[in-house]
Design a protein around this ligand. Structure first.
Ligand code: HEM
Length: 183
């Protein structure tokens, strides 16, 4: 009886531990690591996220032969104007990097943020697939960032280039909006 109770308690403790475990930002996304998952069929992207402690922990995989990125808009005013942008690419030294950027213009390239609020990020490029994990406060206080507002529909963006140069745009069929995306 005591043994059975112990086993039950242990089982609940384990379930609790998994339910509340925070994703680990290590460049590998394990099954069940994140509380939420969305598959975006058009791009082949998989999006994963957990919101806890006023922070967003997010992972994604995007098939690409060049840079890959995500972004989000609070509302659409003029195309992608005002979007948060994160781009992962491979630098000249061969190391993967993640840039915090901001979309000022309706079309064209995003600008680099003055402050990198995606500093806690790991990006891995392997066999033409990006795996990226990062964490960020929901509100960074940086005017060049777009707050994440859980529970409110936002517009999520996915894009990838054909080269590692983020100064070279994605092809026309290499960028997507995901409407009514709710973090
Ligand atoms: C994460 C990174 C990026 C995302 C999520 C993204 C997303 C998008 C989206 C959704 C559009 C469609 C706008 C519309 O017509 O409503 C677009 C257009 C465009 N983007 Fe980006 N973009 C990214 C990076 C870049 C970069 C790095 C460049 C240039 C170096 C660029 C250049 C352009 C241009 C020129 C257009 C208009 C071209 C067209 O209508 O096909 N973008 N982008």
């Amino acid at each position: 009886m005591i043994q059975k109770l112990f086993a039950t308690t242990l089982a609940f403790a384990l379930v609790g531990a998994f339910a509340f475990a925070q994703p680990v930002i290590d460049g590998a996304i394990a099954e069940g690591e994140y509380a939420n998952t969305v598959a975006h069929d058009e791009s082949g992207a998989m999006l994963y996220w957990t919101i806890a402690d006023d922070a967003l922990r997010m992972g994604f995989t995007i098939p690409s032969s060049g840079w890959a990125g995500i972004g989000w808009l609070t509302e659409q005013t003029n195309r992608k104007t005002g979007g948060e942008i994160l781009i992962a690419t491979v630098g000249e030294d061969g190391a993967a990097v993640v840039f915090d950027m901001f979309q000022d213009a309706a079309r064209g390239e995003p600008d680099m943020d003055e402050q990198n609020d995606f500093a806690n990020a790991v990006a891995v490029f392997d066999a033409d697939v990006w795996t990226v994990e990062f964490s960020r406060p929901l509100a960074t206080g940086d005017a060049m960032d777009v707050d994440v507002v859980p529970g409110t529909p936002m517009i999520f963006m996915v894009a990838h280039g054909n080269t590692m140069d983020p100064g070279r745009q994605h092809p026309r069929d290499g960028r997507w909006y995901i409407e009514d995306f709710v973090f």
